[in-house]
Write a protein that binds this ligand. Structure first.
Ligand code: GLC
Length: 649
């Protein structure tokens, strides 16, 4: 609905910021007007009853206008180029890596000198793990931010970050960083002021005089780190109050029911946007709204906040896509793409955490049926949005998919998860994996899994025993796991170190600021002396690196791997094999992954049903050509192998 007063308000701001509505800024003005009613509606649905609602809304409009006014011309040009491409991030031309700058190469300046390394691998998109100031030892890997605008001195400074962004942009690379929206460090200026008794800043957090309400909240709030940070509240001796701290006690939850908090954080979002960030990873969005008597996760208001952010970003920095890091139940993840009127209008990306975990499930059991049972849900992703696909990231692997998916495969959910935990933590005597349980909940026995891609695939144990056959098998597993995440659709992000087969790094145990958190075992410190092994064919580094590189090449060589269309899963003729068809225009590709420790047989009939009439297939991975045989003959897949079969006739 057209709102005259809103229009007037925007026009005044435009004048104030000397925006050229009739000329070069016309598109911005149109976007602002077009989105303003939606922005107002979303905002007032959350804050309408707050005494400061109107005042903070004016500040919000100011923030948007200022963000655009301060956005540099080259970024505005890039915005336009991206807009012309449509959903620029759906392309098969992107391949990503996520890394900790200090553990990868030391600091931001050195990172610029590593761009050739990424080029050699084919990576052109970087997720730089949190870079902003965070107290040593109480940092949660940078996810406890004490200053959202100051780069932590161990990485360099803001100018260094800008230089990296510029160098990357010159090389045609894309940048992703985090906004830690849900909480600040307890050393953030707002937290410090709150500790000193400043009421204004106490209202930025959830602070209580006694345990009354905290106890009530905790009745329904699941614990995130039950071992090291039980409960969801921490005592603050400086002001004799209790504060909500869902993650660690040093991470205080921001109170988004206060519109000032929202506006301040929106301003930070634009600060990052104007640094030239291409994708903003919104950390832990599932947690940003709290309500007594609920789990305080995935609440409808959290979605409203994200939609509001999306609308505002679209006005002032439309080239920046949003990734919602919601690692929650499959049904809940889907909602971060938006629902109903906001379908495909919330986050542009979400992590395909369900698929990731299910690949680990299939690798342990050799059975792909649970993976298949989840696909109905995953395939609901709207066109125009995309997945981040991955096998490992800096976090643990959660087994949070539905019990019903496990039951559909004929397993008992409790026993099945117990098996997976024992398999990956090494508790099972014959398991090749070396990982560990993370965040075991003593009350429920729930636990997640830590460990690097290579170690969980068996490389660590195989190397220790110098078992050449087991080394080869684990490399096969690494490649197959990566391949499925590269070809399934979405933007693949490799976790640094995995491209060279890094096994667990146990040095974290010597650092008291890290030893309590075993996720550090899969966050290695890179030893650049090992880089030269990449050029020696017989080494693990070389085998894994070149396999990864080839996967990226194959992905980039075929439009069919852009995320323009959902895929079709193959009728499962063999429970050990996951298979899907991707198509684009005339191109059609069958991707098959054998999770079996023995050869698997697939009837050629699998390539004939659903009206498919193909005769010849070319495997982009092995370089072999196949003629489709008769129904009683088989395509034979060696243990832990995969193939990317393009229909060529
Ligand atoms: C996200 C991060 C994780 C962190 C948590 C709290 O889930 O990925 O590493 O511990 O948020 O910020």
């Amino acid at each position: 609905m057209y709102q005259y007063q809103l229009h007037q308000q925007i026009s005044l701001l435009i004048l104030e910021h000397k925006i050229d509505v009739a000329g070069k800024d016309n598109l911005f003005y149109s976007r602002f007007l077009a989105n303003s009613s939606e922005i107002a509606e979303l905002y007032f649905s959350l804050y309408g009853r707050h005494p400061k609602a109107t005042e903070a809304f004016t500040a919000l409009l100011q923030t948007i206008t200022k963000a655009y006014a301060e956005r540099c011309e080259s970024l505005k040009l890039k915005d336009e180029e991206k807009e012309e491409l449509g959903n620029w991030f759906l392309t098969n031309q992107l391949a990503g890596m996520s890394l900790y700058v200090d553990r990868f190469c030391g600091d931001l300046n050195t990172l610029s000198s590593k761009l050739d390394y990424f080029k050699k691998l084919g990576v052109n998109f970087l997720h730089l793990m949190p870079l902003f100031e965070s107290p040593t030892g109480e940092s949660d890997g940078g996810y406890a931010v004490s200053n959202f605008r100051k780069v932590d001195s161990r990485f360099g400074n803001l100018e260094d970050l800008q230089a990296v962004q510029q160098n990357m942009s010159n090389e045609g690379m894309y940048l992703m960083i985090d906004i830690v929206l849900n909480h600040t460090s307890f050393r953030h200026e707002w937290a410090e002021k709150a500790k000193q008794g400043d009421k204004k800043y106490q209202d930025y957090f959830y602070m209580f005089d006694d345990r009354g309400l905290p106890n009530w909240y905790e009745e329904t709030m699941p614990e995130i780190f039950p071992e090291v940070a039980p409960g969801s509240f921490s005592y603050v001796p400086e002001c004799n109050k209790w504060v909500m701290s869902v993650f660690h006690n040093y991470q205080w939850d921001l109170n988004y029911s206060n519109p000032d908090v929202f506006v301040m954080m929106l301003d930070t979002i634009f600060f990052y946007a104007n640094l030239g960030v291409d994708v903003l990873r919104i950390d832990a969005p599932a947690f940003i709204w709290k309500k007594l008597g609920t789990s305080c996760q995935n609440l409808p208001e959290a979605h409203t906040l994200l939609r509001l952010i999306k609308q505002c970003v679209q006005v002032a920095a439309p080239g920046m896509a949003l990734l919602g890091e919601a690692i929650v139940a499959p049904k809940e993840i889907m909602k971060y793409f938006g629902t109903d009127r906001f379908f495909a209008k919330e986050c542009d990306f979400a992590y395909n955490a369900t698929q990731m975990a299910l690949q680990w499930d299939a690798l342990a059991t050799g059975d792909t049926r649970v993976m298949l049972a989840a696909q109905n849900e995953i395939l609901q992703k709207p066109y125009g949005c995309s997945w981040i696909t991955y096998t490992r990231c800096h976090d643990d692997i959660g087994l949070g998919y539905d019990d019903s998916m496990i039951a559909a495969a004929g397993f008992n959910a409790y026993e099945h998860r117990r098996f997976l935990k024992e398999y990956y933590s090494g508790a099972l005597p014959n398991s090749p994996a070396s990982g560990a349980l993370f965040s075991v909940n003593p009350k429920t026995q729930d636990a997640r899994i830590s460990g690097s891609l290579a170690s969980l695939c068996g490389l660590e144990k195989a190397l220790r025993k110098n078992d050449l056959e087991a080394i080869e098998t684990s490399i096969q597993k690494i490649s197959m796991m990566q391949a499925q995440s590269f070809f399934i659709g979405g933007l693949p992000i490799i976790f640094y170190g995995d491209e060279m087969g890094y096994t667990n790094d146990y040095s974290y145990l010597k650092d008291p600021g890290k030893s309590y958190d075993n996720r550090w075992m899969h966050r290695p410190i890179i030893d650049w002396n090992r880089e030269e092994n990449i050029d020696h064919q017989e080494t693990v580094e070389s085998k894994v690196f070149h396999a990864t590189k080839r996967m990226i090449e194959i992905r980039k060589s075929m439009m069919v791997f852009g995320d323009y269309k959902n895929l079709t899963w193959l009728t499962p003729y063999n429970i050990h094999v996951a298979g899907f068809i991707r198509s684009y225009d005339d191109q059609k590709v069958y991707c098959l992954f054998n999770y079996n420790n023995a050869a698997s047989y697939i009837t050629w009939y699998a390539f004939k049903n659903n009206g498919n009439k193909s005769n010849k297939l070319y495997d982009h991975w092995s370089g072999r050509e196949y003629t489709i045989g008769s129904d009683h003959e088989y395509l034979i897949l060696p243990p832990y192998s995969f193939c990317i079969l393009e229909v060529i006739d």
